[in-house]
Design a protein around this ligand. Structure first.
Ligand code: HAM
Length: 431
């Protein structure tokens, strides 16, 4: 009997569409989504960055913060043969920041740039309890804008995140936004929360009791009912913001309103990583169930200093690709499959279709020539299983007239089209 082979817990395979039970695991949908993400990021002036899959453990300990769940219990950390401690990246911001510092030179160098707009699409690793929407190896699309300090840039980044959802046809998204204030504001607020919660410590959940000392802000986004009751009357971050921080956030909210960007201010949104200050936000989709956060991010003006560098303002966000695709599958769904399926009804017609396929591919679209049988019905079934929206059919009659019958597989309509007009005549797949 053959031995059972199984992938590690919390991971999944991305497969050809015909054999994956869940549409979001289809490799065609991944490619389609990735293409759109590249295009939208580039439209906003962001360049791609790719960093190593592992980094020195210390980078994440210092940057993400020792009291975060990621550092305290979720990292895949190992020693290499030279006893260096390395960690599979649990998120993308730290690698991007490290790469900017390492490759970007010093202020005053001729190639030094003050501003960076970078994006990445990479695997991340967190040892979490697997469930729908939560994996141990998952993928993030993230952007990091470094050197941008103005409050308007926060709105631009939020707008980019919303544009991503829109371009993927995800309608059911709520933007939640909050401010954590400056590091001084946060410190004041941390003290106020500790003063309020410490007398009730015994009533808090076990996890929150542990968080009370190091990271009381995280208690605010606890889902435990006993914590929720106490949080209701807890002091709010707003009461501890300086006038400058308050004004900054008010201007952001006003611009969102002017741009008619729907949003909800969620005073309990704190995010799970320690590097944030001022604006934090999340994009939430009700269709995703318990793991409802499609993506999130915020400003991290203190991170460079936390890593022993000269301070640089920065803001970014990360989306989970799995969750994006699960939301797409629940919404309108993405068009996919080949652009044009070419059927020849005779040997000669099949050969002629190769010339047309070359033109189609030359124009940047995908084409499959049906070579296996000249029975129209069978060929149309094959076109359907390739997800083709358009089919070009040629028999001897069409060959004589130098054209094809162009068939729209969705509307089930067909018309004659001269060969030299085919490329411009069928619909674009993913624009
Ligand atoms: P994060 O909120 O930890 O932020 O992760 C961003 C997104 O990654 C989440 O909203 C979720 O969609 C996805 N995600 C996180 N963990 C998992 C998991 N175990 N399985 C599946 N998806 C997951 C960050 O990572 C920040 N680096 C974002 C950022 C960039 N902030 C500023 N710049």
């Amino acid at each position: 009997m053959s031995q059972r082979l199984a992938r590690p817990k919390g991971t999944f395979d991305i497969l050809p569409e015909s054999w994956c039970g869940e549409p979001w695991k289809s490799s065609a949908l991944w490619r389609y989504t990735e293409q759109i993400l590249h295009r939208v990021a580039e439209r906003f002036g962001f360049d791609e960055i790719r960093t190593p899959i592992f980094e020195s453990t210390d980078l994440f300990q210092r940057g993400v913060g020792p009291s975060s769940d990621i550092v305290s219990k979720e990292m895949y950390t190992f020693g290499d043969r030279s006893q260096r401690s390395l960690t599979l990246r649990p998120e993308g911001t730290l690698g991007a920041v490290r790469a900017i510092v390492e490759n970007g030179g010093e202020a005053g160098d001729p190639n030094y740039r003050n501003e960076h707009r970078l994006y990445y699409m990479e695997s991340m690793f967190r040892y979490e309890r697997p469930q729908a929407g939560r994996y141990r190896q998952f993928h993030q699309f993230g952007v990091e804008a470094v050197g941008l300090k103005a409050w308007q840039s926060d709105v631009e980044i939020v707008d980019l995140a919303l544009n991503i959802c829109k371009s993927l046809g995800i309608e059911d998204v709520q933007l939640q936004i909050n401010t954590l204030g400056s590091s001084e504001d946060r410190l004041r607020y941390k003290g106020a929360l500790q003063d309020y919660l410490t007398p009730h410590k015994g009533l808090l959940s076990e996890v929150s009791q542990r968080r009370l000392r190091e990271n009381p802000l995280r208690i605010l986004d606890s889902k435990e009912p006993q914590d929720r009751e106490l949080i209701l009357n807890a002091p709010t971050v707003e009461d501890h913001l300086s006038a400058v921080s308050k004004e900054r956030f008010a201007k952001i909210v006003q611009l969102l309103q002017r741009l008619a960007i729907p949003h909800v201010i969620n005073p309990q949104l704190v995010r799970g990583l320690d590097y944030y200050s001022h604006t934090v936000f999340e994009l939430v989709s009700a269709s995703l169930g318990a793991q409802s956060s499609l993506g999130g991010g915020g400003r991290y003006d203190d991170l460079f200093e936390m890593l022993g560098q000269k301070a640089r303002p920065a803001i970014g966000f990360g989306f989970g690709l799995e969750r994006l695709m699960q939301a797409m599958q629940k919404g309108a769904g993405a068009a996919k499959g080949c652009d044009l399926y070419l059927i020849g009804l005779s040997d000669e017609a099949i050969c002629a279709q190769f010339f047309l396929a070359q033109q189609v591919r030359g124009a940047g679209r995908s084409a499959i020539v049906h070579t296996e049988s000249s029975k129209l019905q069978k060929a149309l079934q094959a076109a359907n299983s390739c997800g083709a929206r358009w089919v070009a059919i040629a028999g001897d009659q069409e060959l004589r007239k130098e054209g094809v019958q162009l068939r729209d597989m969705v509307l089930r309509k067909e018309r004659f089209c001269p060969i030299d007009q085919v490329v411009s005549s069928f619909g674009l797949r993913c624009d």
